[in-house]
Design a protein around this ligand. Structure first.
Ligand SMILES: Cc1cc2nc3c(=O)[nH]c(=O)nc-3n(C[C@H](O)[C@H](O)[C@H](O)COP(=O)(O)OP(=O)(O)OC[C@H]3O[C@@H](n4cnc5c(N)ncnc54)[C@H](O)[C@@H]3O)c2cc1C
Length: 377
């Protein structure tokens, strides 16, 4: 359903109304900057996908007037446990972090998008859909976006918040340097009896792949696991077998609510700006879901870009946010490699080093701060 007729002219055209585009739109609406946001989908996706919202993102959402409603929908978790099989190697606490939100919030991505959209509407704006951007052409005075419907939109700037296969990035000629992981990732939201219980996010190492189990609202759990080859829609039996192999005796799946698989790349756009075209979110960076950083980094990009567009400091945006993406890609890549180490000596060294490091409060706080993205204020 169309929210309204598509305007022909605006200051900022935002392509994509995922979490990044919505965060940008709310930031611009709050700053009184004229914008139009389009999305090719007739309605926002209603699936779970990224389910972790970190402290820094909650701080940003608070600035946008959206944190309270989101927190009401989610489950706050104060610790992150790392295990090898049933042996606990490390516990990372979030509850001592210097933030008004000393926890990580577990909440499905569709809720995060719904809360941002409600905030956008409260500010008097909306998403124009379904409009798929077919071509993006910039000249010295502006950018012309042509939709597959034939409609055109002229803007001073266009932002690609249009995900990993960004049309805006393709039009800009900006490279997307990196590569793909060989493994694929299984995601499943399940009801289950889980021995560690709903108080922690748990990452279990294993040579067959990493396995994350995290509580979700409504008594469910999110299972994320890297596997050599995942079926398109993993079923209950598949998830149970994974848990039996990787966390024996700790999880009994009762029902499967949603599942998916996805392949992961680790890539960062060579630039975040080419003239009047700008990139944010998955259009600018993609990486392993270890640590749940993807959507968080995108929301923070949207917020930072909104501030930059409002203040006119557009070059400052790339200088501020691209190093963050590089650091997130590096951190999640390292976590994935450590978690899935196959050689015996590497696993042994890891399993000796982590408990030793974990005795240091400084190390635990450093890791919690990094995961919560509080270094990026
Ligand atoms: C199945 C699945 C599971 C995931 N699980 C996790 C997870 O557990 N943890 C994690 O951190 N991340 C996860 N992710 C990644 C996470 O969802 C993304 O990092 C996040 O959605 C990025 O937000 P975004 O707004 O930048 O891009 P997107 O959410 O991809 O939004 C892009 C939007 O642009 C629109 N669009 C695209 N092209 C056009 C066009 N030409 N014209 C108009 N509109 C267009 C799309 O319809 C879409 O709404 C998962 C992704 C998937 C698909």
């Amino acid at each position: 359903m169309k929210a309204a007729e598509l305007p022909v002219r605006t200051q900022v055209a935002i392509v994509g109304a995922g979490p990044t585009g919505l965060a940008l739109a709310v930031t611009l609406a709050s700053a009184g900057v004229d914008f139009v946001v389009v999305d090719r989908l007739a309605a926002g996706a209603n699936t779970s996908r990224a389910a972790v919202v970190h402290a820094r993102t909650l701080e940003v959402l608070a600035d946008l007037g959206a944190a309270e409603e989101l927190i009401a929908r989610g489950v706050p978790i104060t610790r992150f446990a790392v295990r090898d099989g049933s042996r606990r190697l490390l516990t990372v606490p979030f509850d001592g972090l210097p933030t008004p939100y000393p926890f990580t919030l577990m909440v499905p991505q569709c809720d995060t998008e719904a809360v941002l959209l409600a905030r956008l509407r409260a500010l008097g704006a909306d998403v124009h859909r379904p409009y798929e951007v077919d071509s993006v052409v910039q000249d010295t005075d502006g950018v012309t976006l042509t939709m597959t419907t034939g409609h055109t939109l002229r803007a001073e700037y266009a932002v690609g918040a249009d995900g990993m296969h960004s049309a805006v990035r393709a039009a800009s000629g900006i490279g997307f340097t990196g590569s793909a992981y060989a493994e694929s990732f299984v995601l499943a939201d399940v009801e289950m009896d889980w021995v560690p219980g709903p108080e922690e996010v748990s990452l279990t190492f294993g040579s067959a792949g990493l396995t994350v189990v995290a509580p979700l609202p409504g008594g469910r759990y999110r299972v994320v696991a890297s596997v050599d080859e995942a079926p398109p829609t993993p079923d209950l039996k598949f998830v149970q077998r994974l848990l039996d192999e990787r966390a024996p005796g700790r999880g009994t799946v009762i029902a499967l609510a949603w599942s998916s698989r996805f392949r992961v790349h680790h890539r960062v756009a060579d630039h975040y700006r080419a003239g009047r075209l700008l990139l944010a979110g998955d259009a600018a960076h993609v990486h392993s879901p270890a640590g749940g950083q993807g959507m968080n980094t995108g929301i923070q990009d949207g917020f930072a870009l909104g501030k930059a567009l409002a203040s006119g400091d557009l070059d400052g945006y790339e200088a501020q946010r691209r190093p963050v993406a590089e650091r997130v890609v590096e951190l999640t890549h390292r976590m994935t490699r450590i978690a899935t180490a196959r050689s015996r000596p590497a696993r042994l060294a890891r399993n000796i080093a982590l408990p030793l490091l974990g005795r240091s409060p400084r190390f635990r706080t450093k890791l919690a701060t990094e995961l919560a993205e509080l270094n990026y204020r």
